[in-house]
Design a protein around this ligand. Sequence first.
Ligand code: KG4
Ligand code: ZN
Length: 353
Amino acid sequence: MLVLGIESSCDETALALVRDGALSDAVLASQADMHALFGGVVPELASREHCRFIGPLFDELMRRTGTRPADIDVVAVSRGPGLLGSLLVGTAFAKGLCLGTGARLLGVNHLMGHLLAAGLSEKLEFPALGLLVSGGHTNIYYFGSAVKALQLGRTIDDAAGEAFDKTGKILGLAYPGGRLLDTLARRGRADAKLFPRPYLDNDNLDFSFSGLKTAVSLYVKEHFADEPWPHPLQNPDDAPQGLCDLCASFNLAVVDTLLAKVRRAMKRYPGVRNLIMAGGVAANSLLRERVTELMERAGGKAFMPPLSLCTDNAAMIAYAGWLYASEGFCHDLSMETIPRGRPIPDDYLHVPL
Ligand code: KG4
Ligand code: ZN
């Protein structure tokens, strides 16, 4: 089965071909440099750029792989969450292609795409928990199978990545601060008592990180008022030891908090020994180490996509589409595009294979 994946939910226009569950080829145009000029993604510019890029990228992918549009069995497209105008470019393109070629349409939840991407490099095992930790989301799921996910919890304020980036900003680190903060944390000594493990005093699986950022802000005002380092800090070698120690303490607080809720989810689903983790914060070195240890101790495994598949890409959409299509799922051309903030409906059609 040949699946074309299309991703246009934010600022990357990407297309990829997955044949029988394996990646054939992928093309991508990033708009990151353009949006950086404005300090964040400008939605109207993003959709215009998707319009400009999507056709030529499709032609390039067809040419490079010697594929004809009629060879495509399934067109899988990111249907949300994301920027509505950007998503519409991808879904309209996908629908037109399906209309013209008779391929099946499959709308993929972009977040499932991120998690399932780990299956492109190793065979996933189910049941599993899913932990999605990105700049926009901190969600925890129960996966009965690759195509059956139940959301157990989410952040009620800042996402984990947002907590890293906002803390980075307080500390004068270059934006987005997550990766640099991770680097500095590795050079520091963590004080486990310095910052709180927020929102654990309850029995749910939701997260809240906004208070942690305030705790850092107060600590910095009190202890670092006169400590000089270049703003914005880009080179880790310019960071004083005190700053590295603070980063280590903050990093540990976030990781401990995420792990506490994963352990709680494991208690609720005692048969689950596997965990799939994805999103930009899944690149965090301490989080990767701790999650791997935890699942190994439970007799299972932590699955994480390679770093190359952690950012937005179309291979993950094509692969998730292949998983769903292999179970006989698809959509018809009335499939809705879902902007950020609205739940993605479970409205697949089931057609005999
Ligand atoms: O999934 P992602 O690429 O995109 C969005 O959701 O926008 O996640 C980006 C986030 C940013 O907040 C970034 O600071 C964070 O992931 N991030 C990290 C690390 N690498 C990226 N956070 C902590 N440690 C890292 N190593
Ligand atoms: Zn994404």
